[in-house]
Design a protein around this ligand. Sequence first.
Ligand code: UD1
Length: 429
Amino acid sequence: MDKIRIVGGQSLNGTIPISGAKNAALPLMIASLLTEEKLVLENVPRLADVALLQRILGNHGVDITVAGKRNGDDPHAGQTMEIDARVIVDTTAPYDLVSRMRASFWVVGPLLARMGEARVSLPGGCAIGTRPVDFHLDALRALGADIDIDAGYVVARAPNGLIGARIDFPKVSVGATHTALMAAALAKGESVIENAAREPEIVDLADCLIKMGARIEGAGTSTIRIEGVPRLRGARHSVLPDRIETGTYAMAVAMTGGDVTLAGARADLLESTIEVLRAAGAQIDVNNEGIRVRRNGAGLFPVDVSTAPHPGFPTDLQAQLMALMTRAQGRSRITETIFENRFMHVQELARLGAKIHLDGDTAIVEGSDRLKGAPVMATDLRASVSLVIAGLAAEGETMVQRVYHLDRGFERLEEKLSRCGAQIERISG
Ligand code: UD1
């Protein structure tokens, strides 16, 4: 298993190109199941989760080709993927694939809407909480599907097609909003999704579906209206930049000090994060290239932050913010409201000398000047990158084990950081 070795203490200076968003690329790839025509996606990040979804879609009979590079192409540009779901050979998504990536469960909506049936394994456990799929199933039932659970599989049927309906989610769910949006796009008549997730990745999916011929209004607000159409066509769409990757590197720079431009980043996708970083003492400017983050000499201030659905502070940046706050001058409080078990990084950060005390869903972080490198273990995607950030600022060597978590969601992490002066390398084995 690969490890990442970091020798901390260097400031970061230079440019980091921001990749396409994983959390947009995955539902966009899944949306290809809604049409017999070709969907071309640009700026798709090279990540383990994307490769796994290629396999899952391949299992349904979807043909995916990744365009080759031409002379003069930017070697770091995202991939262009041509996805052809003309023939669906199998409407089953098996346990061994779905259990490896929860988002693959989302194939249930488009398979059901287009094929009238889907048999998709329940995703199973997850390191950060129970993460059920009841909202997805309730939405599909509201649209007229028959749903049974059989031997660990969701068996969904709508032989005569789905019918538009009102779907009112009891709690904001990104995944269930994706499911409802994709299923309603091909349902007969009008659907209204209330308490819809407002994440930029929902807007990106809706924009792509609209290019495919879907009739959708209100994506990005809590109420989305969809007028179903009988079929969707092919389209070309570019994946939006990754706001979580952007926020992660911004926190790394705030942590180590330095001056880095996050090229291609969009500030409008992470306003609450920028506000928190400014309150913590980072200087953030938006320019034509992207977002410039600086911290020179000045200390870090503690902040009190609660995670919340967009436009609130994202749960996917909570671990990284906690790493940053271990260096603040004073006590900060970080409350996690989305997932009940998303504090696995606390014990690992403690190994680097962080002083963090948990009180229910709140972490109280006593900032201090010094962290000291140590071997640590990555537990999930965002937690593992928080250990990298902490390692960049810690004295001496930090060895992060189980980095396959990082490869799921961060493209060329060690290369992007080392080009800005970090001492970081991957040790294969
Ligand atoms: C997506 C993101 C993930 C992010 C999360 C919250 C992707 C691929 N993943 O995950 O990175 O951390 O949004 O921003 O985009 N819930 C239920 N029943 C359901 C569905 C969800 O109770 O049927 C609960 C969850 O347990 C959680 C909350 O709703 O407490 C929000 O989860 P949700 O927004 O659905 O997360 P995902 O879409 O899985």
